[in-house]
Design a protein around this ligand. Structure first.
Ligand SMILES: Nc1nc2c(c(=O)[nH]1)N=C([C@H](O)[C@H](O)COP(=O)(O)OP(=O)(O)OP(=O)(O)O)CN2
Ligand SMILES: [Zn+2]
Length: 121
């Protein structure tokens, strides 16, 4: 198995519902998010002639999408009907982008330097 990853950043605010009374994350607050896309190939035969799983540069449309749809936005207003936890964001991003890039094998979302959530179906 060959795996490549690329990190992308965006900044956004959110509020999390369904938390215990007084939970700090129930208040509107912001994060400098990192989204990591992981793409995989099974073997050498699945690589491009250049030896790539996929050219990192091909992911520029994902960067554009993050900048347009999520960067400097209030996530509760822009994600389609889910509580914008890191787990839900990772799952949603996977579902949207695995259609475009079939090599995507996992999506990781970090809200803070200490936390990561991963979706890997
Ligand atoms: N499993 C999850 N737990 C939490 C999520 C999440 O998306 N998934 N999100 C939050 C908050 O949005 C926010 O990320 C706060 O996280 P937390 O690490 O608890 O906050 P701090 O950075 O203040 O943590 P310190 O330990 O005080 O540095 C909460 N939980
Ligand atoms: Zn948060």
């Amino acid at each position: 198995m060959l795996r490549i990853t690329k990190d992308f950043q965006f900044s956004a605010s959110h509020r999390l519902d369904h938390l215990a009374e007084g939970h700090q994350c129930a208040r509107v607050h912001g994060h400098n998010y990192t989204v990591q896309l992981e793409l995989s190939a099974r073997s050498r035969e699945d690589l491009t002639e250049a030896g790539f799983v996929r050219d990192y540069g091909d992911l520029s449309d994902f960067k554009k999408w993050l900048d347009t749809e999520l960067d400097h936005r209030h996530l509760n207003e822009v994600v389609p009907g889910f509580n914008p936890s890191a787990e839900n964001l990772a799952m949603w991003i996977f579902e949207v982008w695995a259609e475009r890039f079939s090599e995507i094998s996992a999506v990781r979302v970090s809200e803070t330097p200490k936390t990561w959530a991963e979706y890997r179906p």
